[in-house]
Design a protein around this ligand. Sequence first.
Ligand code: ATP
Ligand code: MG
Length: 386
Amino acid sequence: MEQLYLIKYGEISLKGKNRKFFEQKLMANIKQQLKPAPFSLLKRVGRLYLEYDEQYEQQISQVLKRVFGIVGFCKALRTRKDINAIGKAALLIARQLLEEKKGTRFKIEARRTDKGFAYNSYQIACKIGDLLRSHYKDVTVDVARPDWIINIEVREHAYIYGPASAGRKGLPAGCNGKGLLLLSGGIDSPVAGFLMAKRGLTLDAVYFHTHPFTSQEVLRKVEDLAKILAAYIPGLKLYIVDFTEAQLALKERGSEKALTLFSRAAMMRITSALARRFDALCLVTGESLGQVASQTPASMHFTGSFSTLPVFRPLIGMDKEDIIDLAKQYGTYELSIQPYPDCCALFAPQHPLTRPDVPELITEFNNLAVEEILEKTGSKIECREF
Ligand code: ATP
Ligand code: MG
């Protein structure tokens, strides 16, 4: 009898001809996250089996909880296709559930894809149900409202498993190509990254650093946030753009009330140029409708028009409370709220534009003649890998 993890994936099994591609992406992401633990990952119809070394169990279950595309997973026992061996495995699983005080009402769900097996599904369920009842005094069968279910599947081997832990669901990161996430040190943009990765984007992050007006502590915080993102998004890189010269030029040449919009527009322009260079297909921001002056429909019309690629804003219709809940779930909240000395108020207008005349403001931006500076800024990047 061997112990392994059984991994179930939901939505990706519905994708028709693309299914293989999705499955391969999911497997590659799991493999990348599991390193350096020794394991073997096998694909069977509609599910994956992960054989592992027991000493890495904790680490492996953490990874399975994180990887997008996994609906649920559980420890399973694999035995010979023999009713006695199946019974032994079911007893072991039941004992653990009883020890964990998961309740006493149970149900056996049996499935037999190997029609050559001596018992049909109903007979398997009855036999193993009887065995459990004769072994553990307090347990009763309750098919309508069981506290726990033991699943038995007779396929190329027999698999026996109890209740599954929930996975993150979604699609495997990368199956929808790559995006560039505009990552600041705040609460929102990391959450935007998680949500898009969950829909199958892999991401690299771009941070615009305005040193010395923004402190090195903020940069460190962004690096730490990127590290957390990388635990969910295999291979995520962080590009740090030296934005100081561009920011100062915008401040000097543009009107004060438009400064935030101009600086966001410059970020969009530079990031979409970087996206083309790094084979990304779209941009992702943490903007949410009406949250601040630069996030009104007209403001985002203006800033978005500086991107040559689609801009995805997954938080657009979300309340701050709900964004915070997600930040807590993903583990970025505590880091995002750490206060750091920041003199960026220097670049925050007292009365920012909320409803710019978009064509007029685009003309004003073009008249600033910052093209060359923005192009140069796009080449002043450093890359961090995790
Ligand atoms: P966040 O909590 O993500 O910082 P926010 O509510 O503070 O968002 P803004 O500061 O207006 O919003 O920024 C809007 C979006 O623009 C951010 O979510 C992020 O995607 C992007 N952004 C802002 N500043 C930077 C920066 N310095 N580097 C990279 N992206 C940035
Ligand atoms: Mg911010």
